[in-house]
Structures are given as structure tokens and as C-alpha cells.
Design a protein around this ligand. Structure first.
Ligand code: GLU
Length: 295
């Protein structure tokens, strides 16, 4: 059987200006798509209304084009899987939520952030505390932890107004082979706990939206920063629960500043906009990647 034609994606969130770290990861995504003779999709991950701004979305497209990115499908050029703005794809996420709920995999969680942090114990570091990227949920709101009446009451709660968690199969080991980092594994209940798939502001979590979209858009390889390596295990569980086959994953090392901190949108001087304004060319910026890995 011939394998499916390569489809990669760039999935920036318009919460600020893109910086050199994004450009480096995206460049790898573009090179891998080109080397495979494939298609590159641009998806605007603009779900978080409180943090995303239309002016950042417009700047994002402009800065990416200036840097030399070319995509074949996206919010500006359309394509067979339109729309490419997550804020216009809510129906898809709602139907994924409904199917997970109907399968009995979800439960509403009434814990506050503080409850969760306290129950997980501090500090939240290392694999035993959820892989370091999110505290391990203690399971307080799991149905079997609740008194009978409360349990019955919660099964009829509406989607809106609650955080909904998916139950992870405690004790099960998950594996995947990252095309950049090699074999990875994690244990449910130790390295990752029940995680939120639907938020109380009635939006899907990042984990659910990204899986629904990568599956619907036929993405064959996800290239992104290593900060999302641990999230991959959660996403693998969602692919399985939604009866979809997962793509390959390729996690790139994060770019660090001179102090060894990872770049973030607050590093204004390293935004593509600011670098362009100082007269730097994309070619000169790229040439540094071969050296220290620093801008
Ligand atoms: N939109 C996410 C971000 O900007 C990336 C999602 C992904 O690549 O899976 O951090």
C-alpha cells in the first residue's frame, strides 16, 4: 500500500508577534514538507478569545511570508479543508465532544486551579507530577469518587459552564517514536492524568482542537516545538478515543536566549517584525541556526 501523501502544518496562535524560535521550528516543517513533495497547511489557532488579537493574526501571515514561508492551504488562500481559522470550526469540536461524552469517557470537573495544585502537591516538576507541563489531576471529580446522588446529578450537566476531563487509563503505558527525538513513552496515571478537553468558557481545550483539526485536515506529520512533547501522549489518547489514526510527530529543540531561557512572545527584540525593522534578512537569520542555535 502506498503511504498517504505528506501533509504538514504550521499552527501558530495569534497571541503576539512571532519570533525567531517559531520561524526556526516552522522552517523545519516547511523543509520536511518540501523534501517529501508534500503540502503545507497554515492553521490559525485563534480559539482563545481573551489572548488572540486580529492584528496579530494579520501580522503572523505577513511575517511568515516575509521570512520565506509558502503554504498551499490556509485562511488567506482557502483549500479543501476550510475554514482554517479555529474560531470558525467550533461545530467540529462540539461534535467530537459529544461523541467522547456519549462514549462515557468524560466527566465534569468542578475543581479550581488552586484545588488541583494543592492536591497534586508542590513543586510540580518531573515525570511524577504530570511530566512537568501540567499538574497531575488527583481524580477528585471522577464519578466513582462522588456520593451516589452527586454522581447522578452531574451526568445531566450541560456542556457549557464546566471543565470536562477525559479519563486516562491508569497504569497503561503509551509509546510513540518521534522522528526527531526517537522513542518516547509515558505512563497514564503517573506521567499524565485526566486532562481537560472542554473548558468552562464553552471552548475546546488545545488538546482536543488540535487533534480534531490534524485528523480532519489529513495531517501526516506534526512538526512543532519540544514544549509539546508531553502533550503528544494526551493527543494519542484522543486519536484513539475518536477512532482516528495519529500522524507522525517531530519535536524540534526550543530556541534559547543568551540567558538560556526559551524564547517567548515577550522577547520583542527577537520578533520577526523587530528583526526585519533593523534590516536583517531571513537568509542572515537562518545562517545563525547552523551555529550556536541562538539568535
Ligand atoms: N498553536 C500552538 C502554539 O502556538 C501550537 C499547536 C501545535 O503545534 O500543536 O503553541
Amino acid at each position: 500500500m502506498p503511504s498517504a501523501p505528506y501533509r504538514g502544518r504550521l499552527a501558530p496562535s495569534p497571541t503576539g508577534y512571532l519570533h525567531l524560535g517559531h520561524a526556526r521550528t516552522f522552517w523545519t516543517a516547511q523543509q520536511r514538507a518540501r523534501a517529501a513533495g508534500g503540502v503545507l497547511v497554515l492553521r490559525n489557532e485563534d480559539l482563545d478569545g481573551a489572548r488572540c488579537r486580529p492584528q496579530f493574526a494579520a501580522a503572523m501571515l505577513e511575517d511568515l511570508r516575509w521570512f520565506g514561508f509558502e503554504w498551499q492551504e490556509g485562511p488567506d488562500c482557502g483549500g479543501p479543508h476550510a475554514p482554517y481559522d479555529q474560531s470558525s470550526r467550533l461545530e467540529l469540536y462540539r461534535s467530537a465532544f459529544a461523541s467522547l461524552r456519549a462514549a462515557g469517557l468524560l466527566y465534569p470537573c468542578l475543581c479550581s486551579r488552586r484545588d488541583i495544585a494543592e492536591a497534586a502537591g508542590a513543586p510540580h516538576e518531573g515525570p511524577a507530577a504530570g511530566g512537568g507541563d501540567e499538574p497531575l489531576y488527583s481524580g477528585t471529580c471522577r464519578p466513582e469518587m462522588l456520593p451516589q446522588e452527586e454522581r447522578a446529578l452531574r451526568t445531566s450537566l450541560p456542556r457549557r459552564g464546566y471543565n470536562w476531563r477525559i479519563r486516562v487509563p491508569d497504569g497503561r503505558r503509551l509509546h510513540f517514536v518521534d522522528t526527531a527525538c526517537g522513542p518516547r513513552s509515558a505512563q497514564c496515571g503517573a506521567d499524565l492524568g485526566d486532562f481537560v478537553v472542554w473548558r468552562k468558557d464553552d471552548l475546546p481545550s488545545y488538546q482536543l482542537a488540535v487533534v480534531v483539526d490534524d485528523a480532519a485536515m489529513g495531517i501526516t506529520e506534526v512538526v512543532r516545538g519540544a514544549d509539546l512533547l508531553q502533550s503528544t501522549f494526551r493527543q494519542l489518547l484522543l486519536y484513539e478515543a475518536l477512532h482516528c489514526s495519529p500522524p507522525q510527530f517531530h519535536h524540534c529543540p526550543l530556541m534559547l536566549d543568551d540567558a538560556g531561557q526559551r524564547l517567548a512572545k515577550r522577547h520583542d527584540a527577537l520578533s520577526l517584525r523587530a528583526l526585519r525593522a533593523t534590516g536583517r534578512s531571513p537568509e542572515s537569520l537562518r545562517s545563525h541556526w547552523l551555529g550556536t542555535g541562538r539568535p
